[in-house]
Design a binder for this molecule. Structure first.
Ligand code: PGA
Length: 269
């Protein structure tokens, strides 16, 4: 069974004091969940803005050490919280004003990186091939890429959701992918209206088929997350779907109790 994964995407939120309080709360909660749920406890990853990576890393590091591994998807011990960034540049170093590379993220303790989020695809013109190259570069730096994809409301209404996400898998996933896929329908992000369980189950199947087509049997090992208005209310149902391995949480990840309630549900599913 693929282990459950709960990722908190803080987006552009988090000054020093607020980030430290959130990270401390999640760290302590994750330890308590590991104690209560043992090996069933979900893996947890926090993705603060770049400026808070070092601050949050300092609070998350414990005796369990470094979770990074150069060739496989990162494995986190129960109770250990991973650290993710929200984007990276495709190159390692160079004259790219304002950009941050995967090597730099790994250097400050990151284990994961979100790539191709719709807010970057739409707001920064990121296309599938760029997301694919960023994911390859993240893996080379020892990070686990979390590639986001999902259809717009218009595509959904036109009956193109399956074609859209399948094409995003074929074009955004690099060879030898050792990472995570997050299905985030754009119409459900930040709207308070998560996709229904039927919607999620219906699209998870073609996503898995596309992953097999892209990666062969290894496509079965890739974890599939759902993201888009996940709160403690919807989480148990979504996490109860056999086809879903975890959730990517935006708004609710900024509140310790809500985020931990979602992580707890993931350990029970
Ligand atoms: P949301 O964001 O939970 O606030 O809808 C999810 C995301 O964009 O990753």
């Amino acid at each position: 069974m693929r282990r459950r994964l709960v990722v908190g995407n803080w987006k552009m939120h988090g000054l020093c004091a607020q980030s430290a309080a959130l990270a401390r709360g999640v760290r302590d909660g994750a330890r308590a969940l590991a104690h209560a749920q043992g090996m069933r406890a979900a893996e947890i990853v926090l993705c603060p803005p770049f400026t808070q990576l070092t601050n949050v890393h300092r609070l998350l590091v414990d005796a369990s050490g470094d979770a990074r591994s150069p060739s496989n998807e990162t494995t986190l011990a129960p109770g250990q919280v991973g650290l993710g960034a929200q984007d990276c540049h495709v190159g390692s170093f160079g004259a790219y004003t304002g950009d941050v590379s995967a090597a730099m993220l790994a250097d400050v303790g990151a284990t994961h990186v979100i790539l191709g989020h719709s807010e970057r695809r739409l707001g920064h013109g990121e296309i599938d091939s760029l997301v694919r190259d960023k994911a390859a570069s993240a893996m080379e730096a020892g990070l686990t890429p979390i590639i986001c994809l999902g259809e717009t409301q218009k595509e959904r209404e036109a009956g193109q959701a399956t074609a859209r996400v399948s094409s995003q898998i074929m074009r955004s996933v690099p060879d030898g992918f050792a990472g995570v896929i997050a299905y985030e329908p754009i119409w459900a992000i930040g709207t308070g209206a998560a996709a229904t369980l039927d919607d999620i189950a219906a699209i998870a199947a073609p996503i898995r088929t596309a992953l097999r087509e892209r990666l062969g049997p290894a496509g079965d090992d890739v974890r599939l997350l759902y993201g888009g208005s996940v709160t403690p209310k919807e989480a148990p149902g979504i996490l109860g779907l056999g086809a879903v391995d975890g959730v990517l949480v935006g708004g609710a990840s900024l509140q310790i109790e809500k985020f931990l309630a979602i992580a707890e549900a993931a350990g029970q599913a």
